[in-house]
Design a protein around this ligand. Structure first.
Ligand code: GLN
Length: 205
């Protein structure tokens, strides 16, 4: 680990080959991390924690392979780097995908099965308030062509579920040890509480 955990500002990288990178960099800075846009393995090596943003999971996986970031990322995730995936990032952290494209690769590590574009292709975005484990007040969750979690392994803690509408009860936020994922976009809308929870995890909390 080569970041600055001791100075209290952990280096948290954001996968920056594709996706909504800037919003995460801003949210991380707002909760006291040192954000770093990561495009190459040397940058990844500096990170104490890592965020995989929303975007398009198939494109992100292909770019990660092309830029030789996929294997180093798998290694870091496997060896304990706290990592937070949002939306497409949740798909990339999942061990199993339903409705993926043929041969779709993931970083893996989270013992979950995600369904891509689970909320349907017609109504592909929606918003709702949901209770989130560890936060006193509900989070306003924005879903954009989002996945949901079909199944979780025994070691996975469910942090949030959809609370109303046709997808009621669906799992949309999880944690397994050093890994966290949300199907929605906490980086949108200015509420940084979920990022603060993640940065606590990076600090060892
Ligand atoms: N539907 C996208 C995918 O499968 C994810 C959408 C998002 O990240 N907003 O990768």
């Amino acid at each position: 680990m080569s970041g600055s955990l001791t100075s209290g500002r952990p280096v948290v990288g954001v996968f920056a080959l594709q996706g909504d990178v800037r919003e995460h960099l801003q949210a991380l800075a707002a909760v006291g991390a040192e954000p770093l846009a990561v495009r190459r393995p040397t940058e990844l090596a500096r990170c104490d924690g890592f965020v995989i943003p929303g975007g398009e999971s198939t494109t992100m996986a292909k770019l990660a392979r092309t830029f030789e970031l996929l294997e180093p990322l798998r290694d870091r995730v496997k060896t304990g780097m706290p990592t937070f995936g949002t939306c497409a990032g949740m798909i990339l952290l999942a061990d199993r995908i339903e409705d993926g494209i043929a041969g779709q690769e993931t970083v893996g590590g989270l013992d979950i099965t995600v369904r891509r574009n689970a909320f349907g292709r017609q109504v592909d975005s929606f918003e709702g308030d949901l209770a989130f484990a560890g936060l006193a007040d509900p989070v306003h969750a924005i879903f954009i062509r989002a996945p949901w979690v079909e199944r979780v392994g025994d070691d996975v803690e469910v942090l949030a579920r959809v609370e109303r509408g046709p997808a009621v009860g669906r799992i949309v936020a999880v944690r397994q040890g050093h890994l966290m994922a949300t199907a929605f976009h906490p980086e949108v809308g200015g509420d940084t509480r979920v990022h603060a929870l993640f940065v606590d995890l990076v600090r060892g909390g």
